[in-house]
Structure formats: C-alpha cells, structure tokens
Design a protein around this ligand. Structure first.
Ligand code: FAD
Length: 379
C-alpha cells in the first residue's frame, strides 16, 4: 500500500497532537513530515514562569530532536511559500509535496503596529520578550506598571490577568510592592467574557491586591517622551513600566498563500478542512470561534486527524469539532483556577468556573508533563 504523505506545517500544540494521532493510527504506513523553524517547543504558560523567575529559560525548552514516532520525520526549516492548490510547500532547503497538508503555523505578532512598544515598552508574548523582562523586573523597584493589550483576538485571554496577579506576588516577594502601582487594561468589559463567575473571581482577586482593572480600552501606542500609554478612545494613562500583548496576525507566509479571509484562515468549523482539497488548518492560525489557546488547537487537531483517517479508509467523517477546552488560570499565591469553556456545541458560549486550589496546581502540572511524555517521550 502506498504510504499517506502528510506534511504538517508548525510543531506547536496543533501540529504535535495531529502528528501523534496519525502516527499512533498508521505507524510505518505513514510518511509524515513535521516542519518548524525552531529547534524546540515552549508552552505559552512557560513564558510567564520565565518572566517571573519561576523557571530558568533553558528548563522550559522541549527540543524537537526528542520526537521519535513511527512514520514521523521532524525537519527544522523555515517555510517560505505555501501553494494550497498544488499542496506544495517550499522551505529554504527544499520543496515538499503532500497528499494531505496541515497548516498549524499559529499566530504571529505585529509588534510595530503599536508605535513605541518596542522602544518604550515591553511585550511578554514572545520567549525573547519574556526573557528580557526577567532582568527588567528584577531591577524594577518603584513606579506605575501598566499591563495592556494592543488588539483582539489575542492568545490565551486569561494571560494578562495572570500576569497582573503574578506581578503582584513577585513585587511583594521582593519587598517593593508598596512602592508600585499595577493597572490592568483590557479590551473586554470583564477579564473573561464567556465566564461571568471567573471574571467575578478575578475582579475580587484584583481588588484584594490593589490591582486596578480598567475595561474596554485597547492600546494604540506609547509616547516614550511623556511616558504615556495612549488608547484607541484617545484617552491616556501615565506609566513607568509597560508590559504589553502585541497585535496578532497570521505568519507572513500564510498571508501570502491566499488561504486567509479577513486576516485569518477560516476552515470548516466541523472538520477543519479548508476550501482547498486535502488542506486542513488548525489552531491559532484559524478564526472559527474558540479562543487562541493550546487546548483548543489540540482539540481541532484531533478532529482534523480523525477526518484525515476517515477519508483514507473511506469511513464516515468524525463527530463535528465542539470548540470545547479548558484554561488554567494562575491566581497568584501559588493557586491555580480553571475555566471550562464550550464555544460551539450549545446554543450559547458557556464557561464553567472552578475555584483556585492546590489540586488544580497539580492538574496543571500534569497537563504539561503528560504532553511532554506524549509528544516528546520525556518523563
Ligand atoms: C504568555 C502566554 C501564555 C499562554 N498560556 C496558555 C495556557 O496557560 N494554556 C493554553 O492552553 N494556552 C496558552 N497560551 C496559548 C498557546 O500557547 C497557543 O494558543 C498555542 O500554542 C497555539 O497552538 P498552535 O499549534 O496553533 O500554534 P503554536 O503553538 O504557536 O505553533 C505554531 C508553530 O509554527 C511555527 N512557525 C510559524 N511560522 C513558521 C514558518 N514560516 N516556518 C516554520 N515554522 C513556523 C512556530 O515556530 C510554532 O512552533 C499562552 C500563550 C502565551 C503567549
């Protein structure tokens, strides 16, 4: 039997999970090439751990060389062109042709879309940005910290709230919290719109810690000379240290591929097939309803993998993608909460809140270690 040639673009949550499922199902009957420009995977939450000195930067890197799965070959290459009609992909080294092409390239950042951000502020969404902030925060003793967001959609909507709570703990531990102000400014009316209960708990946690929450403002630019954060409604706020979430976009190679509609890939919400036969798109590179977060990328990858297998065997398509997932939320003081969100399977979006606890700390640890083992074979 001819092997199924699958090329998976991007080895993040979506690409790793899809490759794992196809390898488990087809073994050596699979000819899968997994391509990523980086040499390692890093969990999104590890960026916060690195920034607030909970982890050393080297400790959170999961090297792709550990991937040893039947039928899967990892290639560290930069993808420079995608032809979805011919299902052909060009990297700086060679051209790959596929029976099935999976786009799992995640979301990129337009840092320069926020004038002043790179020169007069800091972002904590790239690994490099989080690493830089380790040293900046270690030397910060006094002043106004503003945490802001430059546009929606953005990855992991709880992350700015987590950053505010973790910053409070960090400054408290260093004995300088009383000399600092923390303000969190969000584009939404509440921290987590799909879950009023989670939002209420976060607002209470901010109030207890003297963190100011400012709703419904998106950051437009930073005026470095006047030390002002400028918002889309023409208001402004003084700052000494700015920690920002940059504007998100698809990677340039995806924008140039003809796959996007209004900035993002919009595959079938049922099975993640794009309008190009044999081409799927999963995770943050898409816009189909659920937020940009790891477990949602994983859930979409699972459905796409089952759809690929069903087409290969001539079986019925799998049940539709349900847009369900969970987000762990660092509440500070060493506790973790959880919100279970369901975006697609009911008449409205639902978000069920689980109070912060030490059990959830263990559960979040297991979330990370189980993926390390499943995707990388690392105990
Ligand atoms: C600070 C922060 C905290 C977060 N916390 C959480 C959390 O607690 N829980 C959670 O579920 N999610 C969290 N997230 C979000 C989560 O990391 C993403 O939603 C998730 O990684 C998306 O998975 P993906 O597979 O779609 O894309 P990604 O994981 O981003 O993978 C895309 C891959 O494509 C590669 N790539 C891109 N362009 C190219 C190219 N041209 N050539 C080759 N390779 C390329 C990239 O190197 C990358 O490895 C957080 C994110 C941030 C920034």
């Amino acid at each position: 039997m001819k092997k199924l040639r699958v090329v998976v673009l991007g080895a993040g949550f979506g690409g790793l999970e899809l490759s794992t499922i196809l390898s488990e199902a087809l073994g050596e009957d699979l000819d899968l090439t997994l391509i990523d420009k980086n040499d390692c995977f890093i969990f999104g939450f590890s960026k916060l751990d690195v920034m607030f000195h909970h982890e050393m930067p080297e400790a959170v890197r999961l090297a792709y060389r550990h991937i040893k799965k039947p039928g899967v070959r990892f290639c560290q290459e930069e993808i420079i062109a995608i032809d979805p009609t011919a299902r052909r992909v060009k990297t700086q080294n060679k051209t790959y042709a596929a029976d099935v092409l999976v786009i799992a390239l995640g979301a990129d950042y337009e840092i320069d879309a926020t004038p002043g951000l790179s020169d007069h502020g800091h972002e904590f969404y790239t690994f490099a940005g989080a690493k830089r902030l380790r040293d900046v925060l270690a030397n910060f003793k006094k002043g106004r910290v503003v945490i802001g967001v430059s546009g929606t959609p953005f990855k992991c909507p709880p992350a700015p709230s987590e950053a505010a709570l973790m910053l409070h703990d960090y400054l408290t531990k260093r004995g300088v919290r009383q000399d600092c102000e923390i303000t969190l400014v969000m584009p939404f009316g509440v921290p987590i719109p799909p879950s009023p209960e989670t939002s209420k708990a976060l607002l209470a946690a901010f109030a207890e810690r003297n963190i100011t929450f400012v709703p419904k403002k998106t950051v437009a630019s930073l005026d470095g000379a006047k030390r002002l954060v400028l918002f889309d409604d023409n208001s402004s706020m003084p700052y000494d240290l700015y920690l920002g979430v940059p504007r998100h976009c698809v990677p340039a190679v995806v924008a140039a591929s003809g796959l996007t509609e209004e900035g993002w890939i919009v595959p079938s919400v049922k099975n993640l097939k794009t309008k190009f036969p044999g081409v799927y798109a999963v995770g943050d590179v898409t816009r189909i309803g659920p937020p940009k977060a790891g477990l949602f990328a994983e859930g979409a990858a699972r459905v796409a993998a089952l759809s690929i297998l069903a087409d290969l065997k001539g079986d019925a398509q799998p049940p539709d993608y349900d847009g369900a997932g969970i987000c762990y939320i660092e509440f500070g003081s060493g506790r973790v909460g959880r919100v279970d969100v369901n975006f697609l399977s009911g008449p409205t979006v639902t978000g069920i809140y689980h109070e912060p606890s030490t059990d959830l700390v263990k559960e979040k640890k297991h979330f990370g270690s189980s993926r390390r083992e499943r995707w990388f074979g690392l105990k």
